[in-house]
Design a protein around this ligand. Structure first.
Ligand code: PMP
Length: 400
């Protein structure tokens, strides 16, 4: 009876790592998945996480189930990190926070909430966006369409297109926004542009839905990277925000994140939270405890919190250095006069090269550089030592 099942296609992002593993070339480079690597291109466990781990072991915490909504101490600090400790919405208990299975699982909970309580409502996602967004909304049976975001001519933001498309969406749509470090383009709106985006969302009674997977990783500062979300909240709007600790604490496999729904009253927040729990219970019952304790302990201890911030700055700094070196290598090696400054303007883990699919194939087949077919490279997987090689590969692929 299983004979009729057809083969599913490989995942466009995680499939890249599988192809990389199968390549034996000595110069191969994996710029597919967005995971931070050291200058030696090794995976990195934050020192502060090792310390928190040791403390947890010494305390001998039990392994009993968490409640459906997750670890209370984690839910408290995760909302505070995102909105700011003194945010009135926290004091007024207007935020429904539920610990989810990292960013992906938290987005999926929100998608299920939309499907149940806003039947027919559409989610607008940026074109392009992180590949899994479409899967998540398709899986949850939530209709979506795209708003213009990336302008290939400038390798920058198509701000007018974005605003026009958000304006044209049916009233009360959910507008999915990347809180910082847009994936895959690395192009973020300026603070002034964010204000205009908030204006149109408010005018049209849309609901902003933030995906913030890189807080602290874009600029090195948790507060700076949350400014977009906080500006919407400060306007008194209802907001959804999905968080992830995969990147900023390197907790990828622990699956730690949260979904926050900012409501107009504490009563509404309590009702929303009860419904989020109802969605989670039959899906996975309750979330994992270990990473939640790590986050709660780091944020709850001022010395560890300081250390985390310093390590985040270090990681963000290494990526910025690589970005500069790649730009220098491209500019000095390429004799065509092409303007490579877009590499410097982008922020976060990724750079959107503007390479088309055939050119990406050339990157992989000829140069053994593994990347997603949309032209995105993860600078977190690049070292200073490999910048020149990568520049050669990009220039060769561009001009072929
Ligand atoms: N949203 C965006 C935009 C991302 O880039 C990622 C990670 N690649 C996620 C969400 C979620 O990642 P995770 O499920 O590991 O938290």
């Amino acid at each position: 009876r299983f004979e009729g099942i057809t083969m599913a296609p490989p995942d466009p992002i995680l499939g890249v790592s599988e192809a990389f593993k199968a390549d034996n070339h000595e110069l191969k480079l994996n710029l597919g998945v967005g995971a931070y690597r050291t200058e030696e291109l090794q995976p990195y466990v934050l020192d502060v996480v090792k310390k928190a781990d040791k403390l947890l072991l010494e305390k001998g915490e039990n392994r009993e189930y968490l409640p459906i909504e997750g670890l209370a101490a984690f839910n408290k600090v995760t909302a505070e990190l995102l909105f700011g400790v003194d945010n009135p919405v926290i004091r007024q208990q207007r935020v429904a926070t539920v610990q989810g299975l990292s960013g992906t699982g938290s987005l999926r909970l929100a998608a299920a909430l939309i499907e149940r309580y806003f039947p027919g409502a559409k989610v607008l996602i940026s074109s392009p966006t992180w590949g899994n967004h479409k899967n998540i909304f398709n899986d949850a049976r939530v209709p979506w369409s795209e708003y213009r975001y990336y302008d290939p001519k400038t390798v920058g933001l198509d701000f007018e297109g974005m605003i026009a498309d958000i304006k044209a969406a049916p009233e009360g749509s959910f507008i999915l926004l990347h809180g910082c470090a847009h994936n895959p383009t690395g192009i973020d709106p300026t603070p002034e542009e964010w204000r205009v985006i908030a204006d149109v969302i408010q005018e049209k009674n849309h609901i902003p839905f933030f995906d913030i997977a890189y807080q602290g990783f874009a600029s090195g500062s948790l507060d700076t990277d949350a400014a977009s979300v906080r500006m919407f909240v400060a306007r008194g709007m209802e907001v959804i925000a999905a968080q992830s600790y995969s990147k900023n604490l390197g907790l990828y496999a622990e699956r730690i994140g949260a979904i926050n729904v900012v409501c107009s009253s504490p009563e509404a927040a309590a009702r929303v939270k009860s419904q989020l729990k109802r969605i989670a219970r039959p899906m996975y019952s309750n979330p994992p405890v270990h990473g939640a304790r790590i986050v709660a302990n780091i944020v709850g201890d001022s010395a560890l919190f300081k250390e985390w911030n310093a390590e985040m700055e270090m990681m963000a700094g290494r990526i910025k250095n690589v970005r500069h070196k790649l730009f220098d290598s491209l500019s000095s090696k390429d004799k065509s006069g092409k303007d490579w400054s877009f590499v410097l303007k982008q922020i976060g883990m990724f750079s959107f090269t503007g390479l088309n699919k055939a050119q990406c194939d050339n990157m992989t087949n000829k140069w053994h550089v593994y990347m997603t077919k949309d032209g995105r490279i993860s600078l977190a997987g690049l070292s200073l030592a490999k910048c020149e090689y990568l520049a050669d590969a990009i220039i060769d692929s561009y001009h072929n």
